[in-house]
Design a protein around this ligand. Structure first.
Ligand SMILES: Cc1cc2nc3c(=O)[nH]c(=O)nc-3n(C[C@H](O)[C@H](O)[C@H](O)COP(=O)(O)O)c2cc1C
Length: 344
């Protein structure tokens, strides 16, 4: 099965972004129920955590999560090579290097977006990782960082890394400010600049260029796919996950949506919850990723509130989740039903 998966060319037509604290294995399993084709990315794992921490914990994933890419953070080619080898041994389908994250931790370690200033070091890292594994090694970057934001600097960065053997660039279409902006602001304040990414594809037609940043609908993904090889969606996939129900139908050759309703999806995920509870995972670790599942539907607020108040309790079981889902059926009466549940 794994072998067949590897033989199949990895499609990056639709990717879901690496997101710390969000795209963990419970969330990825949930996303996988919604799309067979989306390429899922792990949260960033630093080489330090992987090489000196609990490797098994960091790299564990469910076999149903394939195709799955692991994102690494680091700046030492030898360490990245060792880490990439471990990722291959653990069955990942791609290794991605983070050259776009602007958090303080990343700044003090001089990796992530900071590496946009160090194209040769990135190229050495890519080469070291490629020599160490047979997995595709890809880059996720920004269009610039601080004052190093000219198109020429971007093309030099891409060129030196393509010479090192990288053929896939996921480009978050805004620059990063390393001083003065928080990571959250760095995802909102620097303006989106899709034309720069389109231009990159025009100038490097042989490369796979994936657009990231601000994609909020499958229609906008379809538009970008007219020009580019793939798209990567982050926050919208997390906050409004049921939109993924039509990914296979709209962006691949799927005949129909994955589920007929979010309630049906919730009941399917409940089987996974039961299995993980037996393994000692707390209910909230899974249900926290499903708070946006019913957005816009009557009863959604009561569902969220019930989960937030009850899923963290020690020993909380799958029935807590199913009771929350039942509040959806109560529609406009969900608030009074929630009140009577709270009185119990
Ligand atoms: C909570 C959160 C955590 C993130 N963590 C990472 C990360 O670990 N690695 C990374 O490359 N980008 C990370 N990002 C950035 C996203 O991958 C993506 O580039 C960004 O959110 C823009 O895409 P979007 O507009 O579709 O959300 C994170 C974003 C969010 C919201």
């Amino acid at each position: 099965m794994l072998y067949l998966q590897r033989m199949k060319k990895l499609s990056r037509r639709f990717c879901i972004a690496p997101m710390m604290d969000w795209s963990d294995r419970h969330c990825r399993y949930f996303w996988r129920l919604l799309s067979n084709n989306a390429l899922l990315y792990t949260e960033m794992i630093t080489t330090g955590a992987l090489l000196h921490g609990d490797t098994e914990y960091h790299l564990a994933f469910h076999p149903h999560e394939h195709p799955i890419a692991v994102q690494l953070g680091g700046n030492k080619p030898a360490d990245l090579a060792k880490a990439a080898k471990l990722c291959e041994k653990n069955g990942y389908d791609e290794v991605n290097l983070n050259v776009g994250c602007p958090s303080d931790r990343v700044k003090s370690g001089a990796f992530g977006a900071y590496l946009m200033n160090q194209p040769q070091l990135v190229a050495d890292s890519i080469k070291a990782m490629q020599d160490a594994t047979s997995l595709p090694v890809t880059i996720k970057c920004r269009i610039g960082v601080d004052d190093n934001d000219s198109y020429q600097a971007l093309t030099e960065f891409v060129d030196i890394n393509q010479c090192a053997g990288c053929t896939v660039f996921i480009v978050h279409a805004r620059k990063a400010w390393l001083s003065g902006l928080s990571p959250k602001q760095n995802r909102e304040i620097p303006p989106l600049d899709y034309p720069t990414v389109f231009r990159l594809k025009q100038d490097f037609p042989q490369l796979e260029i994936i657009l990231n940043g601000g994609l909020k609908s499958l229609e906008s993904c379809q538009d970008a796919l007219q020009t580019l090889d793939g798209v990567m969606m982050g926050r919208e996939a997390y906050q409004n996950p049921y939109l993924l129900n039509r990914v296979d139908q709209q962006l691949f050759d799927g005949l129909k949506p994955a589920f007929s309703s979010p309630v049906e999806l919730a009941h399917r995920y409940a089987h996974y919850i039961e299995d993980q509870l037996i393994r000692g995972v707390q209910l909230n670790y899974m249900t926290r990723h499903l708070l946006g599942l019913f957005n816009g539907q009557p009863g959604a607020r009561a569902y969220r509130r019930y989960l937030s108040e009850n899923a963290t309790r020690s020993g909380a079981g799958v029935e807590v989740f199913l009771t929350a889902v039942d509040l959806l059926h109560s529609g406009e009466n969900s608030a009074s039903k929630l009140e009577s549940l709270n009185r119990l």
